[in-house]
Design a protein around this ligand. Structure first.
Ligand code: HEC
Length: 222
């Protein structure tokens, strides 16, 4: 048989199949497509919900952090305010995190507290932000399903956006006072979080949410 006619035969075979079984197959295919579309929509909805929750948690946490830090600075100066940059000092973390069983962390490439160094998954996203920074690309919040654990990871950049941050993260010679510097060195012997400039990239929010909780909250709404 010539190759040409062979190809033609195959083509005819497939075409005829389509016509004869069209009804049954078409129905199954339609069902399958509908099913897949629902699944895809749900995945999109979950990520959208996670993005919304992440934005809400980080903007609330950031606001509370700045308010409490400012109040502490006004009350007792920089040394007194040192413990107020701890996330655990914010009593909102529980109330914000609980609904989605969220774990809220800040991680940094130049961490003050060693527990704020990124884990292997976080490092991927932190490096992503550092890469974007180098390439002068925008730094955006991001959501991602972690296939290994079926959790959703929300990340967002943290910028050193208020001048008050410099009192503890700025230039050690000109912006951090001697007593504060000494106290920071005692409390954080491995401190890498000094020498930052205003509006510099300081680190990343890392919020892990339970996918199941997100799905359940979306289902409740429907
Ligand atoms: C009064 C001192 C002080 C001020 C002001 C301050 N911080 Fe901190 N910051 C700290 C301390 C102390 C830690 C370590 C907290 C801990 O042990 O969990 C820290 C930790 C952090 C971390 C977590 C990562 C790491 O390095 O451990 C980020 C992010 C951060 N600060 C950002 C900021 C930003 C942004 C501002 C301004 C809004 C700010 N800080 C103002 C003292 C300060």
């Amino acid at each position: 048989m010539k190759p040409f006619s062979f190809i033609f035969l195959i083509a005819a075979f497939f075409t005829s199949c389509e016509f004869t079984d069209g009804n049954i197959d078409g129905k199954t295919v339609k069902e399958e497509l509908r099913h897949r579309r629902i699944q895809r929509l749900t995945e999109g909805e979950i990520l959208e919900k996670a993005m919304q929750m992440g934005d809400e948690i980080t903007s609330n946490a950031q606001k509370t952090l700045v308010t409490q830090l400012s109040a502490a600075l006004a009350k007792g100066g920089t040394e007194y305010a040192i413990p107020f940059c701890k996330l655990s000092a914010l009593n909102i973390l529980d109330s914000l995190g609980k609904p989605y069983q969220a774990t809220i962390r800040r991680v940094s490439h130049k961490a003050r507290n060693p527990i704020d160094k990124p884990d292997t998954v976080e490092a991927v996203y932190l490096d992503g932000y550092l890469y974007n920074l180098e390439q002068k690309l925008p730094l955006e919040p991001n959501v991602q399903v972690l296939r290994s654990t079926q959790e959703v990871l929300y990340t967002a950049p943290i910028m050193l956006s208020a001048p008050l941050c410099l009192q503890c993260h700025g230039n050690p010679e000109t912006e951090i006072n001697t007593a504060t510097l000494a106290l920071l060195k005692t409390n954080y012997p491995q401190d890498q979080a000094i020498g930052f400039k205003l509006n510099e990239f300081r680190g990343m929010w890392s919020i892990t949410m339970s996918r199941k909780e997100l799905v359940m909250s979306l289902q409740k709404k429907k």
